[in-house]
Design a protein around this ligand. Structure first.
Ligand code: CUA
Length: 315
């Protein structure tokens, strides 16, 4: 629709059309009222100009009908903007349940991508067309921002927590990827491309070069290397809670509150184990701050997600 119109990047995701429609609506609305207001000012300045030096204007009492009119009309217009914008926002913020998940780690000055199958890429992201993709992102250093104009997505990538963004590409091709947050000297070079492939081409790519261990397998190795397994196995008793089947579930904490065992919870529990201690356990776990990278943390999380079974129970 916007080919040849250089103001707009092409639309290559399911949400792009909706974002552009709202944007054009806002521009059109703003333009309409700007023209209307300036025309009225100009015309009134001529019609109601002072015609002689001693002319005294008549006192005006005001008009209730007019005031109600110019309050109700803008209210209705802003409610349209609100509901339209909010529905797009929710659509953009909630990823579909069946989305494939890909990890993104931002770092001065590159994007590091990890696929669940184990592939790694730098400044390139290969995805299949027509499938929702959810990005789970964090930063190793400063704030970055993951921006793909053709998909109309932009999300801050922060150190110390995970943020997510999702998209479903609608056509094969290569699309620019930018960092949209000034992050130091080479911020402007911190870009790359998203390569959208047909499903068969994607299958070939994902099972092709560099096919090694999956993320979860790497995580399992890490789990053993770092000796996590000594205290976190189903028979570890009161040394540490078992991690079987806890991902995404609610955990009771020793201060009486609860926490959802999501990505952020696991990351915090590895780096700052005393922040949330599971009820019934002592705060004896050492921190792994400085001993594990963001990518290794994501591998560990991928592994924990594969642990099925009764929640935290000894079998
Ligand atoms: Cu990273 Cu700008």
């Amino acid at each position: 629709m916007w080919e040849g119109f250089p103001l707009f990047p092409e639309q290559a995701s399911t949400i792009a059309q909706g974002v552009d429609s709202l944007y054009l609506f806002l521009v059109g609305l703003t333009a309409f009222f700007s023209v209307l207001i300036f025309t009225v000012i100009f015309v009134f300045a001529i019609i109601y100009r002072r015609r002689s030096e001693d002319e005294q204007p008549e006192a005006i009492e005001g008009s209730k009908a007019l005031e109600i009119f110019w309050s109700v009309v803008p209210f209705c217009i802003t409610m349209v903007i609100f509901t339209w914008g909010a529905s797009l926002y929710f659509q953009n913020a909630r990823s579909p349940e069946d989305a494939m998940e890909i990890n993104v780690v931002g770092k001065q000055w590159m994007w590091k991508i990890q696929h669940p199958e184990g592939q790694r890429e730098i400044n390139e992201l290969h995805v299949p067309v027509g499938r929702p993709v959810k990005l789970i992102m964090t930063s190793e250093d400063v704030i970055h921002s993951f921006f793909v104009p053709a998909f109309r997505i932009k999300m801050d990538v922060l150190p110390g927590r995970y943020t997510t963004a999702w998209f479903e590409a609608t056509k094969p091709g290569e699309f620019h990827l930018f960092c949209a947050e000034y992050c130091g000297n080479e911020h402007s070079k911190m870009g790359g491309k998203v390569v959208v492939l047909d499903p068969p081409a994607y299958e070939r790519w994902i099972s092709g070069e560099g096919q090694g261990e999956s993320l979860a397998q790497l995580g399992q190795r890490r789990f053993e290397e770092l000796r996590c397994v000594n205290c976190h196995h189903p028979g570890s008793g009161d040394r540490g809670p078992s991690l079987q089947g806890i991902f995404g579930r609610e955990r009771p904490l020793d201060d009486g509150s609860t926490a959802i065992a999501d990505e952020d919870y696991f990351r915090e529990s590895v780096l700052n184990p005393r922040a949330k201690v599971v009820s019934g356990f002592q705060p004896v776990m050492p921190t792994f701050q400085g001993q594990i990278t963001e990518e290794q943390l994501l591998e560990l999380i991928a592994y924990v997600r594969t642990l099925e079974g009764e929640q935290g129970e000894t079998p």
